[in-house]
Design a protein around this ligand. Structure first.
Ligand code: BJ8
Length: 418
C-alpha cells in the first residue's frame, strides 16, 4: 500500500515508531480514562492503516480525496461532492531539514511540518489526496502553498483579512469558486440536496463536540484535556458519521461520570483554558506538560477545538444551491482567526470560555514565528488582566528541546493559581 502511494517506507517506519512511543507515554499512561477513549486509541493505532485502506477503497469507487489545512475550508462542500475531506495534520517535527531547503528557517513549525511531510514522503493522507485546498490566511501559509503546489496540486482560496461588507462579498464569491473547483475535480454536481445532507452530517459532528465541551465544565473534569484534544484532532481524519456516533457514546459515559462525580483529576485541581494556535496531530507537547504538572485542561480556544466547531450552519429557509452556499459562507465567516483585523470576537470568546469552563487561568499557545497569534497575545493579556484571569504566554515549536524549561514555567504559573 505504501509503495503504491509513492511513500518513503523507511522514513515512514521511523515516524510511526516515534509516534507509537509518544502516544503510549502521553495517552495510555493516564489514570482513570473513560472507556470510550478505547475507540480513539483504536483509530490512532490504525491512522496509518485501516483508515488509509478506507480512503483507497473510496478512490477505487470513484470518489476523490481532498486535503485541507485550515478551518476556513468548508468540508460540507467537499462531502456534498461525494469526496472524502481530510484535514491534513502538520503537527510533528519531521522532514524539517528538507523543508528548510525550500522555506526560510524562521517559518512556523506548522508550515515546515506540512512541507516537510510531503518532501520526506511520510504522510499517506497527503499522498492519497487528489487535490489540496490552501488559503490566504497568514503570509507564511499563503506563500508556502506556491511551493507546495510544485509537489501536489493545490487550489488556493482567498480569505480576506478584514470583515467589512466588501470582504464578506469576496468571501462568498470564494466559497462559490471552491464549489465549482470541487465539482470539476470530482466530476460530481453539488446540488441543494447534497449540500443539505452534508450540512446535516457536519452539524451532527459539531453538536457531538459541543456536548463533549459542555461536559468538561464539570468539576471534577470527566475527561482530560489531552484526550479531548485528541478527539478534536481525530475529527479531521475519521469518517464523520462513525466519529459522531462514537463521540456521542463517549458523552453518554461522561454524563454518567459527571452524575457520579468521577473525574480524571480530583475536584479543585487547577483548571486551564488553552488559547491560541492550532495543535494539529501529533502536537501533544504542551497539553502533556500542563496536565503532568498537576492541572487539567478544560477547554481549547483553537482551530483544533472550539474555534473550529463553535457555530453550526443554519439552513432554515434556504432552498436552492446558492442559498445553501450563502449559509455555509456565513457560518465560516464567523471564525475568529487572528489573521483578521480587528478581531475583538476572539477576545470575547476567550473571556466567555473562561467563565463557562470555570478556568483558573489561560495559557496562550503560540507557535514560534506565528506573527498573528503572537501579536494578538497583547490584547488578550490586557483583556484577561481586566477580568482578573491569570495569563501565561508560551511560545514554542515542535521539538522537545525546551520541554524541561516549559515545565518549570508552567509549574510556576500553576503555583500562582493556588
Ligand atoms: S483559521 S489559526 S487553521 S489560519 S501557526 S500557519 S497562522 S504562522 S494555522 Fe490557522 Fe486557519 Fe487561522 Fe485556524 Fe500561520 Fe500561525 Fe503558522 Fe498558523
Amino acid at each position: 500500500m505504501w509503495k503504491s502511494l509513492g511513500m518513503n517506507i523507511q522514513a515512514h517506519e521511523g515516524l510511526l515508531a516515534a509516534l507509537g512511543k509518544a502516544y503510549s507515554d502521553i495517552f495510555l499512561s493516564q489514570q482513570n480514562r473513560p472507556e470510550g477513549m478505547g475507540y480513539l486509541d483504536f483509530v490512532m493505532s490504525e491512522i496509518h492503516g485501516l483508515r488509509i485502506e478506507e480512503l483507497l477503497q473510496a478512490k477505487q469507487q470513484g470518489r476523490k480525496v481532498i486535503g485541507t489545512f485550515c478551518l476556513y475550508v468548508p468540508e460540507e462542500i467537499i462531502i456534498a461532492a461525494e469526496a472524502v475531506s481530510v484535514g491534513l495534520c502538520a503537527g510533528a517535527d519531521f522532514g524539517t531539514e528538507l523543508a528548510e531547503q525550500v522555506l526560510p528557517r524562521n517559518t512556523c513549525a506548522l508550515i515546515k511540518s506540512f512541507v516537510g511531510f510531503k518532501l520526506a514522503g511520510v504522510c499517506p493522507y497527503v499522498e492519497a489526496c487528489d487535490l489540496v485546498i490552501g488559503e490566504t490566511t497568514c503570509d507564511g501559509k499563503t506563500k508556502a502553498y506556491e511551493i507546495f503546489n510544485e509537489y501536489k496540486p493545490t487550489f488556493v482560496l482567498e480569505v480576506p483579512s478584514m470583515k467589512n461588507e466588501s470582504d464578506r462579498k469576496l468571501w462568498r464569491f470564494e466559497v462559490g469558486r471552491l464549489a465549482d473547483q470541487i465539482e470539476k475535480v470530482t466530476g460530481k454536481k453539488i446540488t441543494a440536496d447534497s449540500l443539505r445532507a452534508a450540512v446535516e452530517t457536519v452539524n451532527a459532528k459539531r453538536k457531538a463536540l459541543h456536548r463533549l465541551n459542555q461536559l468538561r465544565a464539570s468539576d471534577p473534569a470527566p475527561i482530560s484535556g489531552r484526550d479531548s484534544l485528541l478527539i478534536n484532532q481525530v475529527q479531521f481524519y475519521d469518517d464523520p458519521v462513525r466519529f459522531t456516533q462514537k463521540v456521542n457514546e463517549l458523552c453518554d459515559e461522561l454524563e454518567d461520570r459527571v452524575a457520579k462525580k468521577v473525574g480524571v483529576a480530583p475536584a479543585g485541581t487547577p483548571r486551564i483554558l488553552v488559547s491560541g494556535c492550532p495543535m494539529a496531530a501529533p502536537n501533544w507537547k504542551l497539553p502533556f506538560i500542563i496536565e503532568n504538572s498537576g492541572a487539567v485542561i478544560v477547554g481549547e480556544e483553537s482551530c483544533v477545538g472550539e474555534r473550529g466547531t463553535r457555530n453550526l450552519v443554519d439552513l432554515q429557509g434556504a432552498r436552492t444551491r446558492e442559498e445553501m452556499l450563502d449559509r455555509i459562507a456565513q457560518r465560516y465567516w464567523g471564525i475568529d482567526c487572528a489573521i483578521f483585523t480587528p478581531n475583538r470576537e476572539r477576545i470575547d470568546h476567550v473571556t466567555e470560555m473562561t467563565g463557562k469552563y470555570k478556568a483558573d487561568g489561560v495559557v496562550h499557545y503560540e507557535i514560534q514565528f506565528c506573527t498573528p497569534y503572537a501579536m494578538e497575545s497583547h490584547s488578550m493579556r490586557q483583556a484577561m488582566g481586566k477580568e482578573g484571569v491569570p495569563f501565561l504566554r508560551i511560545e514554542t515549536d515542535y521539538s522537545m528541546e525546551d520541554a524541561a524549561q516549559l515545565q518549570t514555567r508552567v509549574q510556576a504559573f500553576l503555583e500562582l493559581l493556588k
